[in-house]
Design a protein around this ligand. Sequence first.
Ligand code: GSH
Length: 247
Amino acid sequence: MTGITFYDLASNRGAMSPFTWRTRLALNYKGIAYKTHWLRFPEIEPYLKSIGAVPTEKNPLTGADLYTVPVVSFDGKLVVDSEAIAEHLERAFPDGPTLFPPGTRALQKAFATFFMAQVFFPTGPVIGPGVPAIVDAESAEYVRALRRAPDGAPLDEWAPLGSEKRANAWTVAEDAWGKLAAVYCKSDGPGVWLSGTAPIYADFVVLGALIFMAKVVTQEEWKVVTSWHDGLWGRLWQAGEPYMQAD
Ligand SMILES: N[C@@H](CCC(=O)N[C@@H](CS)C(=O)NCC(=O)O)C(=O)O
């Protein structure tokens, strides 16, 4: 198989996974040509097994191997997991824009750990329940079966629209993104990006989550998010738009 094939998650709102968006943003930013092969949730494991990909995680409920996207095939060589793909892109395409400017690799790793624990996971109750509505019926069932809160609550009960639970969950989310705003505030230079005028991979980790959020919350809720923290997330979105194209 020649060329670059990017295995991404299908939805009825186009590319939506926060993890595959990291890869898509990185590919687009580096100007690397690729073709997307879309997979629906129930197709991911059987298809990835059939092409020889390895699992990246364990199913949180059963402990079984979990096959995930993004996966990218570079002329038939498979690279799994968004972080490994980013590192591979940097090694294989050293010319042009860089994802990891010299000296930033370790700090970007620390940033991603902070982001997932302190920002993304606390946002889970408002974003997780929106997934079934933007995928086909079979995928929706798959997602409902796999995703449960730590207390065992089914997805639909995490934070139903209009509920007090949801209002409280949004307060927690705003506070979590406030911690990230305090990090972005320390950026040098005129640009909105973490390192100043150009994006780095860590910005794509954040943008991937914002794009996902925009697709799974209501339009009204999304509008509020873009106004949080002096409009920072709306500005970051605008700066990232040039890299958001999907084929
Ligand atoms: N460690 C992975 C996580 C990727 C991940 O969780 N992908 C989800 C899509 S959002 C997935 O493929 N899930 C497969 C499933 O739930 O069966 C990465 O960063 O690449």
